[in-house]
Design a protein around this ligand. Structure first.
Ligand code: GDP
Ligand code: ZN
Length: 447
């Protein structure tokens, strides 16, 4: 006797007219629905050509029927795929028919949610399915595919195993209080913890890169009014999106532009000029520019030869870890040539937003920051993954402190337990229903 699972159905192809449209069904009723629609039992994983009919025997459409019996299917349940003509009217009629036969409409992401619940995918892999569908760049799609294949999850699991092993070791010591002090001073424990922290640091960096590949590098273009920020945004975006004028202070709000540089995604934001101002609206713009900088992956300070050093003060508003670039603009006026150098660890470039001279070098640097050339193994990640890894990092720092400074075994074990929980959230080993709802609710229907 197999367990009864309610049967869900949805149109899996995008709305609108198309050559082919796909309807997907998953659940216990699939074999019966397939048999009714085909007029006989379908062979597993074979494409059957047939006429799909309504209750009165009237033809709805001709198409292909595929049956994937449980558990070797996307959801792990019986799955039926119907491929008909890509007409909204026909697909709606076919969906109605399938529902008459006992299926109900699927919620967004419900197929993938079932795949997760049935152990076909872990949470990070399921999220990668949605990221793959939504990918806006070649590099982003490649990275999402790797995460879907489990590249990220396997690294998380390896770290989780090492973490659990260390935790068990320390918990065991606590059970023998007379030996605890000596035991915790054992350099082998410190070595294992150090190696765990190194491994985590590596994974965090890779995940940060994966986040950029997935979401696009968030570049905030900032600088004093008239420096040439809007001109630069337009040059990079290849359009006249921002208004360029010679009156200081025209860009009052934040303008955004998605740009793909050779298959690498960038999210550019052109901020209001940063200066003290009496104009209410402009002041609001400046306030937003500071807010924008707080969320930046990279800040591109646009300046000119005369103001460059003074304008560096702007970097004070940047979050830790954000990349810094200085663009000395208007070299066409200064009679200078394009070049680039590193000053105090910050990349400086000389260019002209007007003539385009030097902008290729800038594009190349932005591409590198956005994750280009991050190698074969690059995988995609989400912000919640990066935040979870940062939480793990903080708990490991406190574990080290508990062991060395305080020699407190109980504390160290508790920190490791917290680290384990945070790490497990990535793949869904420990997950609240709220989190699952938020993740799968953001999928499209039929996936
Ligand atoms: P923003 O206030 O920083 O956004 O500056 P804009 O992009 O609006 O440019 C202000 C003025 O400087 C406009 O008249 C632009 O045409 C001019 N400008 C911008 N970049 C260059 C450049 O590289 N060379 C020259 N000669 N003028 C520029
Ligand atoms: Zn502007």
């Amino acid at each position: 006797m197999t367990q009864h699972i309610d049967t869900i159905a949805a149109i899996a192809s995008a709305p609108g007219a198309a050559g082919v449209g796909v309807l997907r069904v998953s659940g216990s009723l699939v074999p019966a629905i397939a048999q009714t629609l085909l007029g006989r039992a379908p062979q597993p994983r074979h494409a059957h050509f047939g006429t799909f009919r309504d209750t009165h025997g009237e033809a709805i459409d001709h198409g292909l029927l595929l049956h994937f019996p449980a558990p070797a299917s996307y959801t792990g349940e019986h799955v039926l795929e119907l491929q008909g003509h890509g007409s909204q009217v026909l697909l709606d009629a076919l969906l109605r028919r399938v529902c008459e036969l006992g299926a109900r409409l699927a919620r967004p992401g419900e197929f993938t949610e079932r795949a997760f619940l049935n152990g076909k995918l872990d949470l990070a892999q399921a999220e990668a399915v949605a990221d793959l569908i939504a990918a806006r760049s070649q590099a982003g799609a490649r990275a999402a595919l790797r995460s879907m294949e489990g590249v990220f999850s396997r690294k998380v699991d390896a770290l989780l195993q090492a973490l659990i092993a260390l935790r068990v070791y320390i918990e065991a010591a606590i059970d023998f209080p007379e030996e605890e002090i000596e035991f915790l001073a054992d350099p082998a424990i410190t070595r294992r913890l150090d190696s765990l922290r190194t491994q985590l640091g590596e994974l965090l960096r890779e995940a940060q890169r994966g986040l950029r590949l997935n979401d696009g590098l968030r570049v905030v273009i900032a600088g004093r009014p008239n420096a040439g920020k809007s001109s630069l945004l337009n040059a990079l975006a290849g359009s006249e999106r921002a208004i360029v004028t010679s009156i200081a202070g025209t860009t009052r709000d934040v303008l955004r532009e998605s740009v793909s540089l050779d298959g690498i995604a960038l999210e550019l934001a052109d901020t209001a000029g940063l200066r003290d101002t009496d104009d209410e609206v402009e002041r609001e713009g400046v306030r937003r520019a500071h807010g924008e900088l707080q969320r930046a992956d990279a800040a591109l300070l646009v300046t000119d030869a005369k103001h460059a050093e003074a304008d560096l003060a702007l970097f004070a508003h940047l979050p830790e870890g954000a990349e810094r670039l200085v663009l000395v603009n208007k070299i066409d006026l200064a009679n200078a040539t394009q070049h680039t150098e590193i000053r105090d660890g910050v990349r400086w470039l000389w260019a002209s937003a007007k003539t385009g001279e030097g902008l290729d070098v800038l594009r190349e640097h932005l591409k590198q920051l956005a994750g280009a050339g991050s190698g074969e193994g690059a995988f995609s990640a989400r912000r919640r993954h990066v935040l979870a890894l940062e939480t793990v990092r903080d708990h490991l720092i406190r574990t080290a402190h508990a062991l060395t400074a305080a020699r407190a075994g109980e504390l160290a074990a508790e920190e490791l337990r917290q680290a384990q929980l945070a790490l497990g959230e990535i793949t869904g080993s420990y997950t609240s229903d709220d989190l699952l709802g938020a993740i799968f609710g953001s999928f499209c229907i039929g996936k």
